[in-house]
Design a protein around this ligand. Structure first.
Ligand code: AMP
Ligand code: ZN
Length: 470
């Protein structure tokens, strides 16, 4: 499989250290609020990647952290701790907030058919590991104590800016929020590994450490959790594109300084989902969550379909109109699959393999889910028999996880189990009479009345079909 690698800036074969085994690390959510659908775009694309790697015969070990301490609003060392912000907002303890939003995150994942990683590790559960790693970094001369905090010394590295040629201004994250620059840093790019003295006197969670009572910086958690479960190397590291800098840059700096060798060869980043007026936000404008989509009548899987229609390396604009179009297309696709369900054909394996080929080619070419969906449509349009089409679609959907066959079955069951009201039947009869009398204006009018009652009517060769509108 060819997969773009942010580290080398090109599409390259994805190769693992041990053939057939993938150690995949995903930066998990900061559990201070519900995930917005932008966050979930990243997790949907990572889920498809994991499932495709598994479907291609790999055993995937997926590791995810849960950030419940240390992530500041700036992503750097300035701003307010996001968890502490939630404490002020909700007047609850950090741990109860973390638990609530961790559960909410995984509930959203279930609705979006995102598989829970094999390993899920909250940061607060690994404090001794963080401390041990920081001690070793100090010992090796990569970290220093200043003003009570422990900092990583980026000047000790041969190369710090591994992903891009970042500009100095990029380091001013947070300064916009009116927070002063940290005078303790020897170099502007240095970052905090452990806080003891800071502006957050109200920080609720603190631990004893060799440097005093304090708490970890954000970046150290992913290095330590990655190494705890993945050992000295990882095959694949994922996140949204905003994670590339400073978070992943700092993860690489501290992990490789600690290990003395390269850590993870392949870095996968998902571009952002934005709104028409810019960045997606949890505090300003409409807070777009899975629950909001549901309240507005959209199936979460229609949102997954919307995401998969675009390539992960292009930013995507969300609007209700765009989601409407995706939901319409998703429902049509499900309806089409529904017509194949009751067949007595047998699967033609050779034909099925032929239908799957373009799907595999699309996915092998940098996870092109948009083309993979085209392969689903092409399979349905092909001259294969119903059982073969259905079996091919089922195989593709094991990776895409759009719940296509289940949704088709559910809507068929619904149609079967729904009794048609007498009022609708009377209108259908009246419409038949009108058509017989060639009064088409009247027939149309009666059709509108039937539609208004939530029913769809279709004249087929077998007779009149009446189905509920989905
Ligand atoms: P956070 O909960 O802020 O730690 O972010 C969780 C994940 O969502 C990270 O992988 C981020 O890179 C990613 N992310 C944040 N904003 C967006 C967005 N608008 N679109 C896609 N992914 C995002
Ligand atoms: Zn991370």
């Amino acid at each position: 499989m060819l997969l773009y690698n942010t580290l080398t800036h090109k599409k390259e074969p994805f190769v693992t250290a041990e053939p057939g085994k993938v150690k995949m690390y995903t930066c998990g959510p900061t559990v201070y609020h519900y995930a917005h659908i932008g966050n979930l775009r990243s997790y949907i694309m990572e889920d498809v990647l994991e499932k495709y790697l598994s479907a291609s015969g790999n055993k995937v070990l997926r590791i995810m952290n849960i950030t419940d301490v240390g992530h500041l609003t700036s992503d750097g060392d300035t701003g307010e701790d996001k968890m502490q912000k939630a404490v002020k907002r909700e007047h609850k303890s950090v741990m109860s907030i973390a638990q609530f939003y961790t559960e909410a995150f995984f509930a959203d994942c279930v609705k979006l058919n995102i598989k829970k990683p094999e390993i899920v590790q909250p940061a607060t559960g690994c404090i001794p590991e963080f401390i041990a790693t920081i001690e070793k970094l100090i010992e090796k001369g990569y970290a220093y104590l200043a003003g009570g905090n422990v900092y990583f010394d980026t000047s000790k590295l041969e190369q710090y800016y591994v992903f891009h040629d970042f500009k100095e201004e990029d380091l001013d994250v947070g300064v916009r929020e009116g927070v002063e620059a940290d005078e303790n840093k020897r170099n502007k790019a240095d970052f905090v590994l452990w806080f003891t003295k800071s502006k957050f006197d109200d920080q609720e969670l603190k631990w004893e450490s060799p440097w005093g009572l304090g708490y970890p910086g954000w970046h150290i958690e992913c290095s330590c959790i990655g190494m705890k479960y993945g050992g000295e190397t990882l095959d694949l590291h994922c996140g949204g594109i905003d994670n590339a800098f400073p978070h992943h840059t700092n993860e690489i700096a501290q992990s490789e300084a600690f290990l003395g060798h390269s850590w993870c060869k392949h870095w996968f980043h998902v571009l952002h989902l934005n709104t028409n007026d810019g960045k997606m936000s949890k505090s300003k404008g409409e807070f777009l969550t899975v629950s909001l989509l549901e309240q507005k009548g959209y199936s979460p899987l229609a949102y997954r379909f919307f995401c998969l229609q675009s390539h992960y390396r292009k930013s995507l604009v969300f609007s209700w109109e765009n989601l409407d179009n995706a939901a319409g297309a998703y429902n049509k696709l499900v309806a089409k699959i529904g017509t194949l369900l009751n067949n007595t054909d047998t699967v033609d394996e050779a034909k099925k393999a032929e239908l799957l080929k373009p799907f595999t080619e699309a996915m092998d070419n940098d996870l092109n889910t948009a083309l993979a969906i085209t392969a689903v449509y092409d399979a349905l349009k092909s001259d294969a028999n119903a059982a073969t089409k259905l079996s091919a679609v089922e195989a593709m959907d094991q990776v895409l996880s759009l719940g296509l066959i289940d949704a088709a079955k559910a809507s068929a069951d619904k149609a079967e189990n729904t009794e048609i009201p007498a009022e609708v039947l009377a209108l259908v009869e009246a419409r038949k009479e009108a058509r017989k009398a060639k009064d088409f204006a009247k027939a149309d009018e009666l059709r509108d009345q039937i539609t208004a009652l939530g029913w769809q009517i279709r004249e087929t060769r077998q007779g009149t079909e009446i189905t509920p509108i989905q």
